[in-house]
Design a binder for this molecule. Structure first.
Ligand SMILES: Cc1ncc(COP(=O)(O)O)c(C=O)c1O
Length: 442
């Protein structure tokens, strides 16, 4: 399928009609940046209801790992749906759930036996991780990071600290959560140089939080995104995760990695934490795991997942159709898509860095594999955030046939399906170049 291919003005008549209906009946809490109304898709191409083709560098917020409607994933879904849709892994046994738990054990970034719990979404995977950490350690405090996004149910929302609008109006949140600065070397939150950024951010935990606010032996876990997603696609230095591992081990805390956005091959390794040479005790996965079917999993060292029957469960969690989709997805990731994410991702990052020569508004390009962030600034020296310009570039890209999403206050994320080809990456760069040029000229 070719993209972009725009046949109508945007939104076209059918899209406009559906958006009008949506506005009357669907929750106003959703943040739709532009009027895309999906009708179909194939690989990294999305077709809207008016027949317009878009190149997809958003993948339904980093979800469609194998591309839209990958035939092998669709076949796995149909085969399973024809047999049975639901039986609840909470009370009964079925093979797709066991198969997926076995597949998770094979790919987990943990040496030694692991076990897996099943939910339906990223936030549920994080909730399960928090509950397990508390249950196992018999401690009740959690340390998380500023700028993080872990979901919107009350437990994970208490850790989330990306945008204030996500928290405002919902307090009081779960007590016992402490936030530390995340090592963002482009804008060190405590004004350090890139070389010292990791140690100063970790120093905040060691010298401030654990000295003034909470005793280390009462902290169950540190929960961290290996690469911050919603917060702006921020890649911390290796030392950040390595020191976090050292700190948690020293104090008997668990290290929980939230791989909901960064996992399942997106960064060119199966899990982003593998780039840092660190093993978590528990990790949460969702989004790309089942190519778009709802699924969230929490995988942990077998000795950590020691909660007895009845402590935690979900009626729909680990639905057989979603598990079948996940098993098919993991097979494709292992066969070639993780490698493709590494190769095409490196090509796309290099291309995005080359755009910096032409567009001074791009302050930083960072990422791993196909998890790429471009941060926009009014001035490279002052790093003043170009928030309106970023929003305008997202819009301009859409009207040129490229789907991208914002991340953080002033970054754009490129999170295409892992099937993206180099030729599609080149097209994405051309469209982005044109969109940035259009906005900066005006
Ligand atoms: C790192 C991370 N954790 C958790 C979540 C929550 O996932 P969900 O929206 O499926 O609940 C997200 C969603 O964007 C995420 O990026």
């Amino acid at each position: 399928m070719e993209a972009p291919l725009l046949k109508t003005s945007l939104p076209g008549p059918k899209a406009a009609a559906l958006i009008a209906r949506d506005k009357k009946s669907v929750s106003p809490s959703y943040t739709r940046d532009y009027p895309l109304v999906m009708a179909g898709g194939e690989g990294a191409v999305v077709v809207d209801v008016d027949g317009n083709h878009f190149l997809d560098c958003a993948a339904g917020i980093a979800v469609n790992a194998t591309g839209h409607a990958h035939p092998e994933v669709v076949k796995a879904i149909v085969d399973q749906a024809q047999r049975y849709l639901h039986m609840s892994g909470t009370d009964f046994y079925y093979e797709p759930q066991v198969q997926l738990a076995e597949a998770m054990a094979e790919i987990a970034p943990i040496d030694g036996p692991v076990r897996t719990f099943f939910g339906n979404s990223g936030t549920e995977a994080v909730e399960a991780s928090i509950k397990l950490a508390k249950y196992h350690t018999k401690r009740y405090n959690i340390i998380a990071f500023l700028g993080s996004f872990h979901g919107r149910t009350m437990g994970s929302l208490s850790l989330t600290s990306s945008k204030i609008t996500q928290r405002k109006g919902f307090g009081p949140l779960v007590p016992g959560v402490f936030h530390a600065p995340y090592a963002n070397c482009y804008r060190c939150p405590i004004g350090s140089s890139p070389d010292n950024c990791a140690s100063e951010c970790l120093g905040f935990i060691e010298d401030q939080i654990l000295v003034h606010l909470v005793s280390p032996d009462e902290v169950a876990a540190i929960v961290v995104e290996p690469i911050q997603g919603e917060g702006g696609y921020v890649v911390p230095p290796e030392a950040f995760h390595q020191r976090l591992r050292g700190l948690t081990t020293k104090h008997g805390m668990l290290l929980v990695t939230d791989e909901v956005q960064s996992g399942m091959g997106r960064t060119g390794k199966m899990f982003a934490i593998e780039h840092f040479g660190v093993e978590p005790d528990i990790f949460a996965t969702a989004k790309g795991i089942a190519s778009g079917m709802p699924l969230g999993v929490c995988t942990a060292r077998a000795d950590v997942m020691d909660w007895p029957p009845g402590t935690h469960a979900s009626t729909f969690g680990g639905n057989p159709v979603s598990c079948a989709a996940a098993v098919a997805t993991i097979k494709l990731l292992r066969e070639h898509l993780v490698a493709n994410a590494a190769e095409v991702g490196a090509f796309l990052i290099e291309g995005a860095r080359a755009l910096m020569d032409k567009h001074p508004i791009i302050g930083d390009v960072r990422g791993k594999g196909l998890m790429i962030g471009l941060e926009f600034v009014k001035d490279r020296k002052t790093k003043e955030r170009a928030v309106d310009e970023r929003d305008a570039i997202v819009q301009a890209a859409f009207y040129k046939g490229l789907l991208v999403l914002g991340a953080g206050k002033n970054a754009i994320r490129l999170s295409p399906p892992l099937t993206l080809t180099k030729s599609q990456a080149t097209t994405a760069l051309q469209l982005l170049d044109a969109a940035i040029g259009e906005v900066t000229r005006s």
